[in-house]
Design a protein around this ligand. Structure first.
Ligand code: ATP
Ligand code: MG
Length: 542
């Protein structure tokens, strides 16, 4: 992460410098109008001199316009930099994601990876844009105002300091309570929408069994809780502004009292009074913003840690990869040895208990077992997606979790229980973007799997871009999965419930094609249907 940030600063030095210059200008321009007002009142109006009044008016207007323009420019540069930072981190993370050890993808859910790419990266961006830089500008505004006041009256500075501390304290208390109240409200809102969607989904069944009253009562309870939490949020929201206004009004009153009676008290002039009142107005916004920015910085630091952890994850080990490549390159056929394997997902409950199995090259094995027995898990272990807790799984003597992905496609064909589309065309679904696979190979495998006609009916045939997958029925998706698994003519075929979504005629045709295409291959299949099995198949109970 440090490296990414360093690179980012190097690539965007000009924009970062411009941002800092703009930040200084924004602060400087905020400080000018009250000073102009002070000089105007004290040196012109109070002594009856109004000759250069139009000049003051024009200056005041120009500064206000400049202030708006500078704020706009600062916003443009800041969001531009933020977007560049997001792009840089995401591109680095995606590069990392393609290099991780395969077990990462199976051990961590998709949601976790998506969260790294979305909320974590956004919180890092917010740390720099809404957090650090905005905090710097707001802190400078507050310090600038205090220094400006100090220049013309030290006593007023003390009063403003007191006010700043009071407003900051009250704002913090409100923000902490507001956060709690909003969180509680969000939880209740989630419960409310869950309850509503459950009711809508089950409407037919609810009416069928006359359970309307029960559902209504449950929804009413959610509504009542949501009302209570929202009431608290609204109350805090509406009380805050008047309290701050009251503080401001009190401060203004004190200043007015101090400068009353013809400048006799503390020597505060009318100009200073006007400038202080304007400064007071300018103080509240940055103080309020500081609390929020502090929160963003805290969230951003967590985001930086999470992104750093992701970027530091272990990558595919090149040495192991080379070793495996050289061993596998010289062997024909593929024998699999499962030796006293114990495996658990959570480290507590074993899914596989001391399993041993030898599958010689060219053997045909069907795994059977009750639902949840661990059949699909065993396949993933054979594929090397997970590592056993104890024992070993080897292919021609090489532990399968050390085989490099570059070799796996030539060795393993895997038909999963569910098919997942990748972004791209129909052909990409089969080749997985591997440009070494020719159109002829794709067309051949699709014909063998009985998919060719369905594909040629699509608007652009093999080049049709998949949008939502509805181009293919569930059975056809299974055929696509078979085509994807067999297009490289791998040495080992792993078929998980391959024919579950096929009608019996297609099932027979596919099985026949597979048998023909995979002669002398090692085939491990999982089946609940004994009809799939034939005399040459060895049945293994898991
Ligand atoms: P089925 O015949 O229903 O497909 P199966 O024999 O293939 O069942 P597996 O999918 O291997 O069963 O699951 C075995 C056990 O491991 C189940 O109890 C399941 O809950 C658990 N399991 C499977 N995948 C995971 C996972 N990614 N994380 C945690 N537990 C899992
Ligand atoms: Mg399964």
């Amino acid at each position: 992460m440090k490296k990414v940030l360093k690179e980012f600063c190097k690539e965007n030095t000009f924009m970062l410098m411009s941002l800092f210059i703009l930040a200084f200008l924004v602060v400087a321009v905020t400080l000018l109008p009250p000073q102009i007002l002070r000089i105007l009142i004290d040196t012109r109006l109070s002594v009856g001199n109004s000759d250069d009044l139009p000049l003051f008016a024009a200056g005041y207007l120009v500064i206000l316009i400049m202030s708006g323009a500078l704020e706009f420019l600062k916003g443009v540069v800041l969001t531009g930099l933020g977007q560049r930072l997001i792009r840089k981190i995401r591109s680095r993370m995606y590069h990392k994601a393609t290099k991780l050890r395969e077990c990462y993808y199976t051990e961590h859910g998709t949601g976790e990876m998506v969260a790294h790419f979305t909320s974590d990266v956004e919180s890092v961006n917010a740390l720099f844009t809404d957090g650090l830089i905005s905090m710097f500008i707001d802190a400078m505004k507050i310090v600038g105002i205090l220094i400006s006041v100090w220049f013309f009256h030290a006593g007023l500075l003390l009063l403003l300091l007191l006010l700043v501390l009071l407003i900051a304290g009250i704002t913090r208390i409100f923000q902490v309570n507001m956060k709690k109240a909003q969180k509680a409200n969000l939880v209740e809102l989630g419960g409310l929408s869950n309850s509503l969607s459950e009711s809508i989904e089950n409407l037919q069944i609810i009416r069928l069994f006359h359970k309307e009253r029960y559902m209504e009562e449950s929804y009413e309870q959610h509504l009542a809780r949501n009302y209570d939490t929202k009431k608290k949020v609204n109350l805090l929201d509406s009380i805050y502004a008047p309290i701050i206004q009251l503080l401001r009004a009190t401060a203004v009153t004190v200043i007015i009292l101090l400068c009353a009676r013809n400048n006799t008290v503390m020597g505060i002039t009318a100009g200073m009074l006007a400038a202080s009142i304007e400064f007071l107005g300018n103080l509240i916004i940055p103080i309020e913003a500081l609390g929020m920015e502090f929160q963003k910085i805290q969230q951003g630091i967590v985001g930086i840690h999470r992104v750093s952890e992701f970027l530091d994850l272990a990558e595919e080990e090149k040495d192991d990869a080379l070793k495996a490549e050289s061993i596998l390159a010289h062997l024909d056929g593929a024998e699999i040895r499962i030796d006293k394997v114990i495996f658990s997902y959570d480290g507590e409950h074993n899914v596989l208990h001391d399993l041993s199995l030898f599958i010689p090259a060219g053997d045909n094995v069907t795994l059977i077992g009750r639902t949840g027995a661990g059949k699909s898990t065993l396949m993933k272990l054979i594929l090397g997606l997970y590592s056993p807790i104890k024992g070993m799984i080897t292919l021609n003597g090489v532990p399968t979790d050390l085989i490099p992905p570059s070799q796996k496609r030539k060795l393993f064909g895997y038909v999963e229980q569910t098919f997942h589309f990748i972004p791209g065309t129909v052909e990409d679904q089969i080749t997985l973007g591997d440009t070494n696979i020719t159109r002829e190979q794709v067309s051949k495998v699709c014909e063998a799997c009985g998919l060719k006609e369905a594909i040629l009916r699509l608007p652009d045939g093999y080049d049709t871009v998949i949008t939502d997958g509805f181009e293919f029925s569930f059975g056809q998706r299974q055929l696509l999965s078979i085509a994807r698994a067999t297009v490289m003519n791998p040495r080992v075929l792993l078929l998980d419930e391959m024919t579950a979504n096929l009608d019996s005629a297609t099932e027979q045709a596919v099985l026949y094609t597979l048998k023909e295409a995979c002669k002398n291959r090692t085939i491990i299949s999982i089946s609940h249907k004994l009809g799939e099995l034939d005399a040459q198949t060895r049945i293994v109970q898991i």
